[in-house]
Write a protein that binds this ligand. Structure first.
Ligand SMILES: [Zn+2]
Length: 412
């Protein structure tokens, strides 16, 4: 048996302002409804009843980890997601190329995003020459999209308990990194961050790509602003726990990062953008091919949450219909080859009327040869509330791999 987990971000909803049905109930979902009639449903509290989850903590819980124990912040998963090698104990920062100008001995931020420059990769290459002045500590920096990037510090006795250097407003000076804890590790990390920031500025201001931007009248990417220090937790990969190969199809860096932390390999899928414009057919085809290679495939689809954060019930409903008509329609034939167990769910509820994640439980569907059908008529929050799987917290992956008879026995 092969396991396919599909997470539509922010899938759960509340009755909408234009009727009493949720977006999921309102959407025309031929394939989802058919799979629901043949499968079993339940309601999932991503972390625990009444806890309003972030996407990062809920995904950790979905993969079977205890977020209260392992969660250290979003930065580590973002850094992993953009392809940096991040290991347990590393301290990660999210970074922006920014435009700064020297005024009264300070570096004042003029554009926090350096005009959303496109030369991030070139600039990042030049940073490799930066010397932190501490032989025990190394760093890697990688640029991602536009002005964004991530920094990873590796070495003994580092701490994530340090402040941002990003002042978060334009017109203010770049902030000196300060320790947030009274520890040698926090003081040492703050000092390293300040050394890195100063040397990065010295290296970037002379960079030919910035000279060119200056000549073209564009804002230079002459400084790096760092924020959201997070230590990478030591996670035991799901793939090792269950002895299964795992592949991931996702657009957003955060989800790729959680998948990598859980031991999955992330596939490069052209057109998978992590927003409403994503190519759902390309994702379905990638998932199809992945199922021929690996025992566990995780697909993340972000658009449902984006539409809900934008406050649009109509967009969310339409996007759910696209998941059904463009993603599941392509995959259903592969699912019916008889060797796949599917779990389709969300990572939290995002009602468009609220525009934020709420603590409401999320509908979950399990389908496949070993799953006992529970007589559901279709897939929505109400049907899931009367489903045979009842109400449970997170742990979709352990349940899914359990149906596939993977994992050891607890007890004799
Ligand atoms: Zn989410």
């Amino acid at each position: 048996m092969r396991a396919l987990l599909v997470i539509a971000d922010g899938l759960g909803g509340r009755p909408t302002d234009w009727g009493d049905a949720t977006c999921l109930a309102r959407a025309r979902t031929v394939h989802l409804d058919r799979l629901a009639r043949e499968g079993a449903l339940g309601l999932m509290d991503p972390i625990a009843p009444g806890v309003r989850p972030g996407s990062d903590t809920s995904h950790l819980a979905i993969f079977g980890y205890d977020p209260a124990e392992v969660y250290t912040g979003r930065g580590a998963f973002e850094a992993l997601g953009i392809g940096l090698d991040v290991r347990g104990g590393d301290v990660c920062f999210r970074a922006n190329f920014a435009t700064v100008k020297e005024q009264d001995g300070k570096l004042v931020v003029h554009d926090r995003r350096a005009g959303r420059l496109a030369e991030g990769a070139q600039l990042a290459e030049a940073l490799e020459t930066v010397d932190l002045g501490d032989p025990e500590v190394s760093f890697t920096f990688r640029a991602s999209t536009e002005h964004r990037g991530a920094l990873v510090l590796r070495g003994p006795r580092l701490s994530s308990e340090v402040t941002d250097t990003d002042p978060h407003v334009e017109g203010a000076a770049v902030t000196s990194c300060r320790p947030l804890a009274d520890s040698a590790a926090a003081r040492r990390t703050a000092k390293l961050v300040n050394t890195f920031s100063q040397k990065a500025y010295e290296c970037l201001r002379e960079h030919p790509a910035n000279s060119m931007r200056r000549e073209e009248g564009k804002p230079e990417g002459n400084a790096l602003l760092l924020r959201g220090a997070a230590a990478m937790p030591h996670l035991s990969p799901v793939t090792e726990q269950y002895g299964v190969q795992g592949l991931c199809v996702a657009g957003g860096a955060l989800y790729k990062g959680v998948a990598r932390a859980a031991g999955l390999e992330v596939l490069q899928v052209d057109g998978a953008t992590g927003d409403l414009k994503t190519d759902l057919r390309a994702k379905a085809e990638a998932a199809w091919r992945a199922l021929d290679k690996a025992g566990f495939v995780f697909v993340h689809i972000k658009g449902t949450d984006n539409a809900a954060h934008d406050g649009s019930s109509l967009e969310k409903t339409r996007f759910i219909e696209r998941i059904d008509g463009e993603f599941l329609a392509v995959l259903e034939e592969r699912l019916r080859e008889g060797d796949v167990v599917l779990c389709f769910s969300g990572d939290h509820t995002t009602p468009p009327a609220v525009g934020e994640h709420t603590a409401d439980p999320v509908p979950a569907l399990f389908w496949g040869p070993p799953v006992r059908p529970d007589g559901a008529a279709g897939f929505d929050e109400t049907a899931a509330g009367t489903g045979g799987l009842g109400r449970f917290s997170g742990r979709l992956v352990p349940q899914l791999l359990g149906y596939c008879d993977l994992g050891g026995k607890f007890g004799a």
